[in-house]
Design a protein around this ligand. Structure first.
Ligand code: SAM
Length: 250
């Protein structure tokens, strides 16, 4: 009891964040390690094919080839696609079993993705050095109080003329709960679903939205397409970057 009294002290903003982290059930690297341990599970994204929207950006020649970062890359199905399309690609995921899976695939098909097994919150690289940052299915697992920090990390590493694209649950895919509900229920309910309004509210302080649409459902066996997901293509919001430069890059 005394230990608790002496350790659970809120002295600063970070202590509040840590308290909120502890309030919620853990869907952490251990949880994901178990999730990826059976590769035969009928999970739609366990098939090594790229997202429909990512293929469409490539087909339309929207992205400048250069450095790409795939956040919450899993075993790297989109990282491999980026690599094969000429990007110097880093895939980051905090699940050891997903990264091991990715490394095994790349041994077999001689790709050269730079896989990192760490949390995006611990990621360090040169600021504004990425031409393209991608998130397929990570944001809807980020706890709401950590979301601004997450989006600032992306802004910090994206070049001023680079693109950020993401895929996340809409209300057909994720749970229909508000940010407040997460803390009332102490649960993310398996991944938050976003309304169009909410997702734009969350992203627009940091990014300028170029394309916002539902993922196109497809039966093409070489492309992953599910209509329970939003797809968003963005550029960095320059006004935000200038006005918060010190805060963002500190
Ligand atoms: C729904 S899966 C998507 C995997 C992959 N992007 C795909 O589409 O195949 C979400 C991934 O995000 C990863 N993840 C969640 N939070 C993370 C964090 N803080 N840092 C790094 N990876 C994280 C999980 O380990 C998991 O692999």
């Amino acid at each position: 009891m005394k230990d608790k009294l002496n350790s659970e002290i809120i002295k600063n903003d970070n202590d509040v964040f840590v308290m909120l982290d502890n309030l919620l059930e853990e869907k952490d690297n251990e949880w994901w390690n178990k999730f990826y341990s059976d590769r035969e599970k009928p999970i739609p994204f366990f098939k090594n094919i790229p997202d429909e929207n990512l293929v469409s950006y490539m087909d339309k020649d929207l992205l400048k080839k250069g450095k790409a970062l795939d956040i919450g890359c899993g075993y790297g199905r989109n990282s491999f696609y980026l690599y094969k399309n000429g990007f110097q690609t880093t895939g980051i995921d905090f699940s050891k079993t997903s990264i091991e899976w990715g490394k095994q695939i790349q041994k077999e098909d001689s790709s050269n993705v730079n896989f990192l097994c760490q949390s995006i919150f611990d990621f360090k690289d040169t600021q504004e050095s990425y031409d393209f940052i991608y998130d397929s299915g990570c944001l809807h697992h980020i706890k709401p109080h950590r979301r601004p920090e997450y989006l600032k990390i992306i802004s910090k590493y994206l070049k001023s003329d680079g693109y950020f694209a993401m895929v996340c649950f809409n209300l057909k895919g994720g749970s229909n709960i508000s940010d407040y509900d997460v803390y009332k229920d102490c649960s993310m309910h398996g991944g938050m679903g976003f309304s169009e309004h909410k997702l734009k509210e969350v992203l627009e302080p940091y990014f300028q939205i170029i394309e916002f649409r539902e993922m196109i459902e497809t039966t093409n066996e070489n492309i992953f397409g599910k209509s329970f997901l939003w797809t968003v293509l963005m550029k960095k919001n320059k006004i935000f970057c200038i006005s918060t430069q010190n805060q963002l890059f500190s």
